[in-house]
Design a protein around this ligand. Structure first.
Ligand code: NAD
Length: 256
């Protein structure tokens, strides 16, 4: 379905971003990978699906590096047809203890980077009259949790940005939507499980049950593969008029 299209997924060397990149690659899209860590492993997983892969190591907190990534992607593939704003970090602390530099980093990576990639991708998408912008927000873009001030602010912000972009593109073939996962067992969440186990002196399994039990009625993690399939749906013709949605896949978290 996505042959001859190019998808750029920020933060796609791990977790949800890698899951979405693989789902889009399975549909034939060429992939621009971004992120840190096991770059070679991620590149190999995507290349094995038979599509072209370009890696760019832009730090999403740095607008000049984002500009270079978007320029490099356009030079290599002509344009970015599908933009997935996924890179994100977390920091958990009460607001009076929250390090200001962590606040700035979370707002830059989880929110401002999407403004930069979107403003740079939109002109070519509009010219082609086809494009998909998918923002990986969170259930924390819809509801809050204590100790996550920067993350919740950034995720509510990206849901707002999604709606504005959807309105500004409403009469075009470009759509913009947000995905709002509940718990997904990626390195970002494993850190929170480990911290809970250490703080309460309990096993990893007990900490996982506690984490799910506090918030997620299904008591199940959503998987990167499931989120990848939702992204594929947003790219399908059936989703041509899905605009400005904040679509939760959260085991019932936001229904409470
Ligand atoms: P992860 O830690 O597995 O992956 C994060 C990715 O972002 C990695 O590829 C990492 O290298 C990259 N990254 C981090 N900082 C970066 C930077 N400055 N520049 C470029 N890349 C950077 O985390 P994940 O759980 O897969 O999270 C992906 C997205 O999903 C995030 O936006 C997160 O907020 C969101 N999310 C996660 C969950 C969850 O339960 N895991 C739930 C809801 C939303």
């Amino acid at each position: 379905m996505l042959k001859h299209k190019t998808a750029l997924v920020t933060g796609s060397t791990s977790g949800i971003g890698l899951g979405i990149a693989k789902a889009l690659a399975r549909q034939g899209a060429n992939i621009v990978l971004n992120g840190f860590g096991d770059v070679d492993g991620a590149r190999a997983e995507i290349a094995a699906l038979g599509v072209d892969v370009l890696y760019h190591g832009a730090d999403m907190s740095r607008p000049a590096e984002i500009e270079d990534m978007m320029r490099t992607a356009a030079e290599r593939f002509g344009r970015v047809d599908i933009l997935v704003n996924n890179a994100g970090i977390q920091h958990v602390a009460a607001i009076e203890d929250f390090p200001p530099e962590r606040w700035d980093a979370i707002i830059a990576i989880n929110l401002s980077s999407a403004f930069h990639t979107t403003r740079l991708a939109l002109p070519a998408m509009k010219a082609a009259n086809w494009g998909r912008i998918i923002n990986v927000a969170s259930v924390h873009g819809l509801v809050a949790s204590a100790q996550k001030s920067a993350y919740v602010a950034a995720k509510h912000g990206i849901v707002g940005l999604t709606k504005v972009v959807a309105l500004e593109t409403a009469t075009t073939g470009v759509t913009c939507n947000a995905i709002c996962p509940g718990w997904v067992l990626t390195p970002l969440v494993q850190k929170q499980v480990d911290a809970k186990a250490a703080a309460l002196g309990i096993s990893n399994e007990e900490a996982t049950r506690l984490l799910l039990g506090e918030k997620e009625p299904s008591m199940q993690f959503t998987t990167p593969e499931e989120l990848g399939e939702l992204a594929v749906f947003f790219c399908s013709p059936a989703a041509n008029n899905v605009r400005g949605a904040a679509w939760n896949m959260d085991g019932g978290w936001a229904a409470q």
